[in-house]
Design a protein around this ligand. Sequence first.
Ligand SMILES: Nc1ncnc2c1ncn2[C@@H]1O[C@H](COP(=O)(O)OP(=O)(O)OP(=O)(O)O)[C@@H](O)[C@H]1O
Ligand SMILES: [Mg+2]
Length: 420
Amino acid sequence: MEKRQVLFVNLRRIEREGLESLLAARRLGYEVVLLGRSLPPFAAPLVTAFYQVDTYDRATALAAARDVAGRYDIAGVPSFTEVDVQLVAAIAAELGLPGMTTDAALKARNKYHMKQGLQDMRDVLPTYHRVRNLTELRTAVRDIGLPAVIKPTGASGSKGIFELRDEDDLEAAVEQLEKIARPQFDAVFQQFGAEFIVEEYLEGEELSVEGLIAGGEPHVVMVTDKLTSAPYHLELQHVMPSALPSDVLAEVQATTVQIVSALGFDNCAFHLEAKWGPRGMKFIEVAARPAGDYIVSHLVPLSCGIDYFANVVRIAVGAPLELEPDRDLHAGLRFVLADRSGRFEGLGGIEDVCADPGYPYFFLEHPVGTEVTLPPASFGLQRVAAVCARHVNRAGLDALLSDVDCLVSARVTVAETALA
Ligand SMILES: Nc1ncnc2c1ncn2[C@@H]1O[C@H](COP(=O)(O)OP(=O)(O)OP(=O)(O)O)[C@@H](O)[C@H]1O
Ligand SMILES: [Mg+2]
């Protein structure tokens, strides 16, 4: 029988995740047609046809998708990437395939519209305001108080998260954000640009919820404990399943289901971020695509055996989900950070990690030789490697992950001109 195709719109930036998404489609018996800005060499053997298009130009990309649909038997358009959530929704609607509404896709992409869409759930929201300049920020902070957090409405990957602890921080944050929130700094800013949301600072344990929603029915697959760095909130460690007490987890899961339903999410993966603190669960954001940082591509299969990416493809083609866990293990991942700016020369101690069966995967985040800079000059370069660990219990997993800090170090050499 002739194979059908699924249409991918770009690939996830992390190649290991992009590879896993392509392999998931193939496991289910589909060929992949890729519409995107580029075809990375690793993907070429797994892609039946590649259509190069500027996916930030929605009309052109939509026309290209129509053309693809005329040539191939497209069974679904899975959503794997953050910036393409709205385009994927538009393509699915155009081709009559499972997808989400334009309105839900906007709420998924813009942190301000997202929070506006949850006005009936004020208990879980921080106080927040949308701001575009210092004057608006000052007014907003009078209402919210300090500490607060200001961040772009349409970014991801912890680009431009600024804590505001005292009045003097306001001007500095706006100055930095105005530099960052431009398409020249990062293409993610093409759509919403220099638009920011300022929120009260939430205290508590950070967590994320990995789920899937198909035909209007949400499923929580996993709750993950998260650690972030100070002060720029880079994600440092993810551990699953969460060690929060079972009654807390039940509340987190129920609130998550209410949130994704209230936002109108459908036929997508979701990745919700929240804090559990003195006032219960407080919502940070939810994305309508799979989690990054290897959370669902690698950690979920290691921990419970659910093939999360295959389910993302199943949703897109309208096939029943397969959500039965086949194991009950603890999995986690810890990032190795550069402690200074300079040339990334490799890692010390990696042989020990590779020799230890407790660490099933090790990932380099950048090629050796990359010039790394630290936040706020750049937000995507400080994490140079990631080490994944697995154990039958949480204490064992925690020990493996904390050993990573002792075992592995990033070698960074500082240019002599910088020292002079
Ligand atoms: N109101 C808040 N209070 C406390 N911490 C916050 C708040 N908002 C954001 N943070 C911190 O900053 C991190 C990143 O924020 P957010 O998730 O909104 O941005 P993002 O760019 O989408 O990040 P990512 O893509 O890495 O998830 C959060 O995970 C959290 O650690
Ligand atoms: Mg986030």
